[in-house]
Design a protein around this ligand. Sequence first.
Ligand code: GRF
Length: 223
Amino acid sequence: MARLRVGVLISGRGSNLQALIDAAADPAYPAEIVTVISNRADAQGLAHAAAADIPHHVVAETDRAAFAAAADKVLKSAGVELVALAGFMRLLDIGFVEAWTNRMVNIHPSLLPSFPGLHPQRQALAAGVKFSGCTVHFVRVEVDTGPIIAQAVVPVKAGDDEDRLAARILTTEHRLYPLAVRLFAEGRLRIEGDRVAIAGAIAPDIAVLNPTEVLTGLASRGH
Ligand code: GRF
């Protein structure tokens, strides 16, 4: 069976790109990464593409429309069917977003719609939430909006700083993005307004409290 042709847009480290490459290394995975585009020549992720023999391109145009035109050309010539943004840090041209509507996904390290935009882990810590996580969603013109495909939850722990929370979330990103791309590739996603229905999806039958238990002996009145 032909695999879904995925183009990945990156700006930096590329660990989510690597997770997708690793998933696609299994011939049974229904998608393959056919091209990688970075807007930065120094993006570490380009080396991941090179190591996996995936064609990769630097599209450094700073003008939004010029970037869109150049990126679109690369994606089209590679026969891309799904665009996956993976740590892509530039705002996209509206026409480009519209042209790829429902065929472009993004991963964001928060439980959207909470904490869109920059420094979502810092925002989560400042808000004092007890859980955070990551979200894969279809891309719309407003940054970090669009129908949600899948989410993963992690606890915020006492003593977390931005880096520790980001690292905990990132390990779930590396599981969630390949899962979401697989669901798309299998044709199991149906967008109904702002919501995504997933054929055959099973939600976990759990509820988690944080804190999960309170140690006895620490309580003292007035504190
Ligand atoms: C990830 O946390 C992703 O959710 C966010 O940017 C980060 C990119 O990391 N959009 P990497 O480049 O995939 O390692």
